[in-house]
Design a protein around this ligand. Sequence first.
Ligand SMILES: Cc1cc2nc3c(=O)[nH]c(=O)nc-3n(C[C@H](O)[C@H](O)[C@H](O)COP(=O)(O)OP(=O)(O)OC[C@H]3O[C@@H](n4cnc5c(N)ncnc54)[C@H](O)[C@@H]3O)c2cc1C
Length: 410
Amino acid sequence: MAKTIVIIGAGLAGTTAARELSERGQAVTLVDPAAGETSERPPLSKHLFDGSRYHLPFHLEASELITFVRDRATEITLAEAAAHSQQASPTVDTPVAGTVHLASGETLDFTHCILATGMEANRPEIPGYPDALPVYNLTEAEWIRKFVAESDGPLNVGVLGSGYLGMEVATSAVAAGHEATVYLRGDEPLRKQLSAHVRTALFEKHKDAGVKFVAHTSSPDDIPADTHNLFVTSVGARPALIPIDGVRPAVAWEVNEKLATSHAGVWAAGDCALITDGAFALDHPWACEPVAESHGKYLAELLSSDDGGTGEPWSDIPWHWSFQGPEKVFTAGLTSPDATDTLIRHDPSGKKFQVFHFDGSAPDAQLVGVETLNWPPLQAAARRVLAGNNIPTRAQIEDPDFDFKAHSRL
Ligand SMILES: Cc1cc2nc3c(=O)[nH]c(=O)nc-3n(C[C@H](O)[C@H](O)[C@H](O)COP(=O)(O)OP(=O)(O)OC[C@H]3O[C@@H](n4cnc5c(N)ncnc54)[C@H](O)[C@@H]3O)c2cc1C
């Protein structure tokens, strides 16, 4: 059966899937108002103040096999037969699985559809700063960079939120000679992202570098007006979801370990997908760049195969990086901000370290995740180890003579 593949969203997951499918000789239609003009998001929050390159286009071009539809998808309706099928792929009897409806009123039928619509930033109003904005897309980053370029002298930057993006903005501002104050709800930054040892180390480094923190800011109303000349909000994001047969999920598209939704012929990838099955199931989307790219590659392989989706589950080791001024922090595999029975290994200088997470506290518990601060070669080792067949135990990592880097090469 000829496949008609429609990908909604031309971010990293959608672009990767389109490129890889076309390289396999499969035609795809890519729907996004900015199809063909999208770019990577990570540099946006890291290079607002240093004048370096922040716009990294994906360079995907329309071709014989890639059709761009520069429009917004508004909903999907499923073909009746497919809607009642429990199979992951359409069959010969159900050649069309569904239809994508576009804002323009046009429609696109599909046999296979990948939802790759990413996330949208939350946009709280800050009473004292009507121009406050998140830095989530290119337009916002360009507005901020122009503001910075046109300012004479150092800025006083306010940031609401202390997750990865908020910390990247505040620390890069300070590294470039500006002042930055972070307003946070709790009493320490990165509380939901990193375990206690890593976030405490970063908190101290950022304070030493000059970033100011105002803890227990319970409402934007508490932020003093007329203090900052630039204000950036960074209080999370939520998946951009279009309804299927009139139903929009509460959080994200729940997918199984092969990234299939419960709707026949519909898969989800990247930030809009919530994996509910398998080794990397979570209660929220992974929301990191390597995962979005890996999802795109995985679905391209799955959908271009002729076995109807009976291949292996998605299994790349998820990982994330965040560059906060001069500090570089990474995670690989399953790490938890609430973990207490971790092990820590430092480099001889004591300045770099890794935090190891296990699937239990017994000596034979297996390594499941690693956080790495300022030690990129050891982050690479962690990814190799977690992806390999020689997963070390807690007892091995605890042994001072155990050479983690050498083990990663086994
Ligand atoms: C500022 C910033 C910094 C980041 N830094 C890091 C980092 O340092 N490390 C890291 O690992 N991750 C980082 N991330 C996360 C990473 O960028 C995302 O995980 C990744 O971009 C997700 O890719 P995606 O394809 O799922 O979604 P996106 O890249 O968000 O793409 C989604 C696309 O879907 C389109 N779309 C949405 N709705 C519709 C619709 N209805 N119809 C048609 N098209 C639609 C959008 O226009 C968009 O082009 C960062 C994210 C941001 C915003």
